[in-house]
Design a protein. Structure first.
Lengths: 488, 493
């Protein structure tokens, strides 16, 4: 007799009037480890959540746990989006908050959070040390949650999951934002868990998987369709080549030959050094790749450029030819650059609609506070059309698949045709095809004299226009080199 | 020092009380230029001090902090706030003499001693700014005649001042110039520039006067509104316990209910709040609120009279001088109330349930907000000023209750507000004792609509709607809220 771990029959789920799952059947047997992939918006996350009992569904979902196993008889769902609250229980953060220092703690520390988790899940707090070590997280124990980078948040989610070792572990986009070494380690660890009796369900389109994954499926018309391998997953329809709207082909107004000039930058919080002795010059038109492991200081470095970091005033920084702190406002700076980052996405107004979100890019505001002129409205419409987003223009941004949400934020970033574009892990959470699509657009955009800073972990997932690279490690510059030469 | 307001002839009292001009954004076209290149020194680095300073610096202005020697030597929180954000910090002696504008953002209670220390050090012709006019109006502090005195009062907590600025918006703000201290006629230009620097100009600015700001703020935020919410919370909770509602549920219904209910108030005024009720419940709530208004009106009038005459501030300052005896006594008593001691239960309450199960709370908030507004306007305060200090403030205060109940509200707002709150609460509860005997769980604790056939009389409903919608607070509110439409909804747990 084959032992079942999961028995799902006739599972159906609707969001408003949209049918997501429609009479889906699925059996997970002992020893099986599943990958669920496929097109964005096909219902992968919904199925994962339903499996963990987090969705209101009709149909049968039965979990059979092994009572003889030492592992906790439960299913754990790890979301593709991390969440935390401040000490007063509200989630009303702004994304620059991690740079603004106030004397009271806004959020729990990593360690306090883990202590809560241990209590809630009946775990020994001492045991967490080994998992912290796995992810090189021990130094972050006393860091507040709000101070973590997006990659570090992902690691914290994974630490909790590995520590709990539930009999059924469901992880939605496990690799989002992870650097290369963490990813490799994680896959090795998944295999260990599988050997110890954990059943894995991974939701991803990534082909670089742990060896234990032995079942593959996607969702088609609300039902599960089993596949032979990860290579058989359906892909989103390729994008029809469209011409860039005319206003984005205009060479941006460049006021200075040197866009960014930093000399011996130091950033520290108390005793913790985040950036150390960094000098960096970015000339107009250059295309830079910025790399470094999670927590190496990339986002902090960029926040000095985009006007979000108060310590910029204490450092020697020239932006667009003007010394920082010489009477410019952060709005003067933001006007000349466009930025997207996982943090901006995470903190973005959850109630914003697509059209309004894009239009707010004209004013660098989170939320649209004035009526854009006719000319500006036309630009928003043209750009939405260019990104194939017109049909979503009245939708609330968070109801779109992640890939589409990123495109909306990219559109918001470039709507004013800024001379400097900062793309901090813009493809985090996107699959291979979506990433390629995104990077093609970046290449097109940057063909007209724009300056670019691009942050990405994976060499194979980068736009081709990049020509120089800086690598950070533990807050210091490790290398600066030309990368165009490598191509020849 | 004599109460400034009481030294004025009636004509001038009325004149200053009635300054209330809602400013168009075009009036801020000069941006921060009136303060560009000038040296701004902020005294105090608490929530308002730090966050206003961060905004001003990010707007391209030159900001530093003057702190008392002890605060620097002992590395107190104010010193850490300023240095961690890489501001220049120095003693009064170091920094004040260099300042073109000194911004006093210390707690109200310290104003007199701070001004005594700072004023002799200020250079000729400099500007002194406040975020609240108590010191000038109630304490009657005389400022050197060469100094310009202005006020920029953001109508939100400091953390919101920062958060809204970084979103590219701002918080509604009152600005004023003290007519006794504007020797060069630069006051208004500097107040506007400061307001732009904090982002306030994008969210609606009311030009007010020191007198109008103080008399309406003391009445609204500092007395009636906190007191109103405290009394309403305690009465609602006690009634539910008396009638056998589960304490955890009752505690949660009140703690988060005030926030959910007033969120509707914030977005669409009394009308929107009342429209959240079913027709039968709305008619009931209207009746109750009329009754409550009749009971409470004399108390509101007494508070307003005491504020106008200066009696309120005089007795409060006597308590300051007496080591806060009354304040501490009342604070301890509040900490001991059953509502404060009962944690919110781990029960799910749907958003609509907060209305349907708390018709009394809705009625009570309507009564309180309308009465506060009416009483202020009767006393000569303009509707625009009265709106900020009644309807606008109520959700902000309710938000603090949702965070950590009454203790948090009283801790966060200010010592003056805390004093006024207790004063009102102690007078209001006995006043409502008889009325409360008539209250049952249908209007607090359980669903008012349950078991009703929901039918109403057309004429009655039309009349009730008409009365709600044409109240003067709704008329002025509609105009002012359009300027603040972009204000973010306060998130609810």
């Amino acid at each position: 007799m084959i032992h079942s771990v999961v028995h799902i029959a006739q599972l159906s789920l609707q969001y408003a009037h949209h049918v997501v799952l429609d009479g889906l059947n699925w059996q997970i047997h002992r020893g099986e480890h599943w990958l669920i992939g496929g097109k964005s918006g096909s219902g992968k996350s919904a199925l994962a959540r339903a499996l963990a009992g987090l969705e209101k569904t009709s149909g049968i979902v039965q979990l059979f746990f092994d009572n003889t196993s030492p592992l906790p008889p439960r299913a754990l769902y790890v979301s593709n989006w991390y969440q935390f609250t401040n000490l007063e229980g509200d989630r009303n953060f702004y994304y620059q908050q991690r740079y603004n220092k106030q004397q009271k703690d806004d959020t729990l520390t990593v360690y306090a959070e883990l202590a809560h988790y241990a209590k809630a899940k009946n775990l020994w707090l001492e045991e967490v040390e080994q998992y912290l070590a796995l992810f090189d997280f021990a130094d972050l124990k006393n860091t507040q949650l709000i101070e973590l980078s997006s990659g570090e948040h992902k690691k914290l989610q994974l630490i909790k999951a590995l520590w709990l070792k539930p009999q059924l572990l469901i992880i939605d986009e496990p690799y989002t934002g992870l650097d290369k070494s963490s990813r490799k380690m994680l896959n090795g660890y998944f295999d260990k868990l599988a050997a110890a009796g954990v059943h894995l369900v991974l939701i991803t389109n990534d082909a670089d998987l742990p060896g234990c994954i032995n079942r593959f499926a996607e969702i088609e018309h609300g039902r599960l369709k089993q596949l032979d391998s990860v290579l058989d997953l359906s892909k989103d329809a390729g994008r029809v080549q469209k011409t860039l709207p005319l206003f984005l082909k205009e060479k941006p107004n460049v006021s200075a030959e040197v866009m960014v000039h930093m000399e011996n930058i130091h950033v520290r919080y108390g005793d913790k050094v985040v950036l150390k002795d960094i000098s960096w010059t970015i000339r107009a038109g250059e295309k830079w790749l910025l790399q470094g492991p999670n927590g190496s200081g990339k986002s902090t470095l960029l926040s000095l450029i985009n006007g979000d970091h108060p310590q910029a005033y204490a450092n020697h920084i020239h932006l667009f030819g003007q010394r920082r702190g010489s009477g410019e406002s952060i709005w003067d700076i933001k006007e000349r650059l466009g930025i997207i980052s996982p943090e901006i996405h995470w903190y973005f107004d959850k109630t914003a609609k697509v059209w309004q979100a894009v239009a707010s890019g004209f004013y660098d505001s989170i939320g649209l506070f004035r009526q854009p002129s006719y000319d500006k409205q036309q630009k928003v419409n043209q750009l939405l059309e260019f990104f194939d987003l017109t049909e979503y223009k009245d939708r609330v941004i968070t109801t779109l698949p992640l890939g589409k949400q990123r495109l909306v934020l990219l559109a918001r970033t470039i709507i004013k045709n800024p001379p400097l574009l900062i793309l901090d892990e813009p493809c985090q959470g996107l699959d291979h095809d979506q990433t390629e699509h995104f990077n093609t657009v970046v290449d097109e955009l940057c063909g007209f004299g724009k300056t670019l800073i691009y942050v990405g972990h994976y060499e194979t997932h980068l736009p081709s226009c990049l020509e120089k690279k800086m690598i950070l490690e533990k807050g210091e510059v490790k290398t600066i080199q030309d990368i165009t030469e490598l191509v020849y | 020092m004599a109460n400034y307001f009481n030294t004025l002839p009636l004509r001038e009292q009325l004149n200053q009380l009635s300054v209330a001009e809602f400013m168009d954004i075009s009036e801020f076209a000069d941006g921060v230029s009136a303060l560009k290149g000038k040296k701004i020194v902020i005294v105090g680095c608490g929530a308002q001090g730090l966050n206003q300073g961060l905004n001003l610096r990010d707007s391209g202005l030159d900001v530093s902090y003057a702190l008392r020697k002890e605060a620097i030597e002992q590395k107190r929180d104010s010193w850490k706030n300023a240095t961690d954000n890489h501001f220049t910090v120095g003693t009064y002696e170091d920094l004040i003499p260099t300042a073109d504008l000194v911004s006093n953002l210390t707690p109200d209670k310290q104003h007199s001693s701070v001004i005594d220390a700072v004023m002799p050090l200020m250079k000729m012709g400099a500007t002194l700014s406040y975020s609240h006019g108590f010191n000038i109006v109630e304490e009657g502090k005389q400022i050197r005649k060469d100094i310009t005195v202005i006020m920029i009062a953001p109508k939100c907590p400091g953390s919101e001042v920062r958060a809204e600025y970084l979103r590219g918006f701002g918080v509604p703000t009152l600005i004023a110039v003290h007519p006794e201290n504007d020797p060069q006629g630069k006051g208004l230009a500097e107040a506007k520039a400061y307001c732009v620097g904090t982002g306030g100009h994008k969210a609606g600015v009311l030009r007010s006067s020191f007198v109008a700001e103080v008399k309406s703020d003391l009445m609204g935020e500092q007395t009636i509104l906190c007191g109103l919410l405290q009394t309403g919370s305690i009465l609602s909770f006690d009634k539910m316990i008396e009638k056998g509602i589960e304490p955890g549920y009752a505690s949660k219904l009140v703690q988060y209910g005030v926030e959910v209910i007033t969120e509707a108030l914030k977005q669409g005024g009394i009308t929107a709040m009342m429209d959240r009720l079913s027709n039968v419940a709305k008619i009931k709530a209207f009746e109750i609120s009329e009754e409550l208004k009749a009971i409470m009106r004399p108390l509101f009038q007494k508070h307003q009279d005491d504020i106008m005459s200066g009696d309120f501030s005089r007795t409060m300052m006597e308590d300051w001088a007496n080591g806060d005896k009354k304040l501490l006594e009342w604070r301890a008593a509040t900490g001991e109330t059953a509502f404060e001691k009962t944690p919110a239960g781990d029960v799910k309450i749907r958003e609509q349930e907060y209305f349907d199960h708390a018709v009394f709370m809705v009625s009570y908030i309507k009564a309180g907000v309308e009465l506060a507004f009416e009483t202020m306007v009767e006393a000569g305060i303009k509707p625009e000023s009265a709106y900020y200090e009644s309807l606008h403030e109520t959700p902000l205060i309710a938000n603090t209750i949702a965070r950590k109940k009454l203790f948090e509200m009283n801790r966060v707002i200010s010592d003056t507000a805390e004093y006024g709150c207790y004063l009102f609460d102690h007078a209001c509860k006995p006043l409502l004792a008889d009325f409360m005997k008539t209250v049952d769980t249908d209007i607090i604790g359980k669903d008012f609509n349950e078991g009703k056939d929901m039918a109403v009389d057309n004429q009655e409903l039309i009349a009730v709607n008409e009365a709600i919608r044409t109240h003067p607070v709704e008329k002025v509110g509609t105009v002012l809220r359009t300027a603040m439409t972009a204000m973010k909804a306060i998130k609810t747990a």
